[in-house]
Design a binder for this molecule. Structure first.
Ligand code: COA
Length: 332
């Protein structure tokens, strides 16, 4: 069995107060509570609203994680932020958070892996700590996805929501024999499938123009069915291979935290892994798909509610645009 070098020292999360439920959406597009609930498991989602940026959600989530870790902000030497909805194209949202926190000793950068951004960022933080370059990394997944939704497109606008989650990573004590920490993380990508889930304009390929706005190219475009099929298959295999790499099997898991995109995807992944639904953490009903924020929010809720207890083995697996997907095995 692997010996983890990097621990999760604390978790935090934050979601905007405004709730948009399925009944509200029924007044906006041609949909029903029944369609949304049976197809996705989503009942409501949080919406940041006008003038609220991703860093405004990321900052309180980061503060909560630092407090849980008992770490002084000046001891943070790296801030990594996974997002598909940065405050602006540059500088990074991580730099905005660094300033908000007063984390004067930290390097800060964003990481773009869509819904997989959080685990990609955890993997980078883990590698930096293991290499000895940094001691304490603040890793954040934060989104204001509702800013890039076409509220006239019922096939996408019912699925997503806003929020932020964070963890503090630190080096394990050399003497620690408990096996606590991150045992393995595997990252994957397939850029051939980019156009199944993407936002076409606003970058260098199609810079923002009156034409790009008129053609509604600044919104999420998605082939839902194709995404669904790939997600189930790739998330299951990634979780299995990551556990195997650390010397575990799915049966060893105390809790599975899948990306909270869709209840049916989560149940299909659990079925493939032969994990009972009782061992699967679900909060998609309350948040919708918050992209890079989904797993860190779920992790924080699971820790704070006591669903994750000391010694538990937790598997987490994500999937998103790119395509990107990733899994991690963590002992708490
Ligand atoms: N309300 C009511 N009807 C809707 C609807 C909505 N919000 N959205 C789509 N429909 C309609 C479609 O227009 C279609 O109607 P038609 O048969 O008359 O053409 C019908 O419902 C079925 O659409 P389809 O897209 O085939 O449904 P589906 O069973 O594949 O479910 C998703 C759609 C999006 C819920 C499902 O494909 C999914 O969850 N995909 C993964 C999406 C995801 O998680 N993306 C993020 C990954 S990080």
């Amino acid at each position: 069995m692997s010996k983890p070098n990097v621990h999760i020292l604390g978790t935090g999360s934050y979601a905007p107060e405004k709730v948009l439920n399925n009944a509200d959406l029924m007044r906006m597009v041609d949909t029903t509570d029944d369609w949304i609930t049976t197809r996705t498991g989503i009942k409501e989602r949080r919406v940041a609203g006008p003038g609220v940026a991703t860093s405004d959600l990321a900052t309180p989530a980061a503060k909560a994680a630092l407090e849980a870790a008992g770490l002084d902000v000046l001891d943070v030497d790296l801030i990594l932020l996974g997002t598909a909805t940065p405050d602006m194209l540059f500088p990074s949202t991580a730099c905005v958070v660094q300033s908000n926190l007063g984390a004067r000793n930290a390097a800060a950068f964003d990481l773009s892996a869509a819904c997989s951004g959080f685990l990609y960022a955890v993997s980078v933080g883990k590698a930096f700590i293991e290499s000895g370059t940094y001691r304490n990394a603040l890793v954040i997944g934060a989104e204001t996805l509702t800013n890039i939704l076409n509220w006239e497109d019922r096939t996408t606008c019912v699925l997503f929501g806003d929020g932020a989650g964070a963890v503090v990573l630190g080096r394990a004590d050399e003497e620690d024999k408990t096996g606590t920490g991150i045992h393995a993380i595997h990252l994957h990508s397939d850029g051939d499938l980019t156009k199944l889930l993407y936002m076409p304009a606003g970058g260098s390929r199609i810079p923002t123009s009156a034409d790009s706005v008129e053609k509604k190219l600044h919104y999420v475009k998605m082939e839902g069915r194709e995404v669904f099929k790939h997600a189930v298959k790739l998330m299951s295999t990634a979780m299995e291979e990551t556990l195997a790499d650390a010397g575990f099997t799915p049966a060893d898991l105390d809790l599975l935290i899948p990306h909270q995109a869709n209840l049916r995807i989560m149940e299909a992944v659990a079925k493939r892994l032969e994990i009972p639904n009782e061992k699967v953490f679900v909060n998609v009903d309350r948040y919708g798909n918050t992209s890079a924020a989904s797993v860190p929010i779920a992790l924080d809720e699971a820790v704070r509610s006591g669903r994750i207890k000391p010694g538990d083995l937790v598997g987490t697996v994500v999937f998103g645009g790119g395509f990107t997907w990733a899994a991690a095995a963590v002992r708490f």
